[in-house]
Design a protein around this ligand. Structure first.
Ligand SMILES: Cc1ncc(COP(=O)(O)O)c(C=O)c1O
Length: 391
């Protein structure tokens, strides 16, 4: 019996590059001490008060089907939050609640792309991006960025990739895997290119509460962009609610309606008790969110101190998100070889840059997601290891 070729098409041919991650999990399961810097998830669990709100909502009877775009009060709360953070007029009708940011990415691409179309995405990229685009039947094409330009996308590269079949461009700032925040100049260049090539801009802003330096600017706020921009949001990173699967799309109403239609044949929406917990979490305000982000802010400083004297490593200046990208090309190793040896010889696990696309070759991504003391040890040993590799 045959599977639909669509599935093989989603996976693509380039492999998923997660070998190190799976090996690390096996080693940890076997009882080995591995300092695991591969995973983009907080080392704290969802706050007990949010879980209490979830339990309370379930006990109050919010356990039935929840068709549609989301609870009206949650859509309104998200619209209010987005408007307050970006200054762009946003109504509940511009919001659809989804089971996590990944589902929001999938639904958005399903709503905007078809067979024969091309979806663009910037590389380095979050590893689900190309498969998400290919799942629609469209072709996924990477727009390369350059390490020497701190991986800020350039309008000329977007225009070069924007063939007549291109319909969408997916960007992500603050960025996973690079930790870079796109500058106003970068975003203006992206907006200009999107307008010139008549592209939908899909802006993945799931790390918008993790800003260490400078400012996060949503491109939806740029002139003429609200009508062609779709913003992806999530409670996963901002509220340490990865397992709750609560995300959203903010978009023009026609896109919201298309995604709502899609939810009728896929998810039936998000469980009401989780939506109520999300409402409770959003009401906790910025102080709560800063508390969730703080450990990464601290560890970014720890990383900077540990790497300051390194001859072998150049850190890409990390301005946001829970990651630091390290340029290790001076060691003469590929990102893959460096990560393999680091795991083998030091029992420290990092993601090879190659897992995030060709422009990140010769780099490694460090997720700052283990306790401070362990993180400090890992970074000091990683730096010493890299320096020993210098010719
Ligand atoms: C850039 C980016 N987008 C989207 C997601 C998906 O997050 P979630 O589906 O948990 O909201 C992640 C998760 O790591 C991510 O790093």
């Amino acid at each position: 019996m045959q599977l639909a070729p669509r599935i093989a098409h989603i996976a693509g041919t380039d492999g998923d590059g997660w070998g190190i991650y799976y090996r690390t999990r096996e080693m940890i399961r076997a009882g080995e001490r591995v300092l695991n810097l591969t995973i983009g998830e907080h080392d704290v669990k969802t706050d007990a008060a949010i879980l209490t709100a979830m339990h309370g909502a379930a006990m109050a009877g919010h356990t039935g089907y929840t068709f549609g775009a989301g609870l009206p009060e949650l859509r309104a709360a998200i619209a209010k939050r987005v408007q307050a953070r970006t200054g762009v007029a946003t109504r509940a009708e511009n919001v659809v609640v989804t089971p996590g940011g990944q589902s929001a990415l999938f639904s958005t691409h399903m709503a905007l792309l078809d067979r024969g179309d091309t979806g663009l995405y910037c590389a380095p990229f979050y590893p689900t991006y190309p498969g998400t685009i290919r799942a629609t039947g469209a072709e996924a094409v990477a727009v390369p960025t350059r390490s020497s330009r701190a991986f800020q996308p350039e309008a000329a590269a977007i225009m070069a990739a924007a063939t007549p079949t291109a319909r969408t461009l997916l960007i992500n700032s603050p960025n996973n895997p690079t930790g870079v925040i796109y500058s106003r100049e970068t975003l203006e260049g992206i907006a200009e290119a999107a307008q010139a090539a008549d592209l939908w801009l899909i802006s993945d802003e799931v790390y918008d509460t993790q800003v260490w330096e400078g400012q996060h600017l949503s491109p939806r706020a740029l002139p003429g962009m609200a009508e062609r921009t779709v913003v992806i949001g999530s409670m996963s990173k901002s509220h340490a609610m990865t397992g709750s699967r609560l995300g959203w799309v903010v978009a023009p109403e026609a896109v919201v309606e298309a995604i709502t239609l899609l939810s009728t044949v896929t998810t039936y929406g998000v469980p009401a008790f989780i939506q109520h917990a999300a409402l409770h979490a959003l009401a906790q305000g910025e102080g709560f969110e800063a508390g969730i982000a703080d450990p990464f802010r601290r560890r970014r400083e720890i990383a900077a101190r540990a790497l300051a004297g390194s001859q072998a490593i150049r850190a890409i200046p990390s301005a946001g998100a829970m990651y630091v990208m390290l340029d290790i090309r001076a060691t003469g190793l590929s990102g893959n070889a460096f990560a393999e040896r680091l795991l083998e010889e030091e029992r420290i696990a990092v993601m090879p840059g190659e897992s995030f696309g060709a422009p990140a070759a010769g780099h490694c991504r460090v997720a700052m997601t283990i306790p401070d003391d362990d993180f400090a040890e890992a970074m000091a040993r990683l730096a010493a290891f890299a320096d020993r590799l210098l010719p």
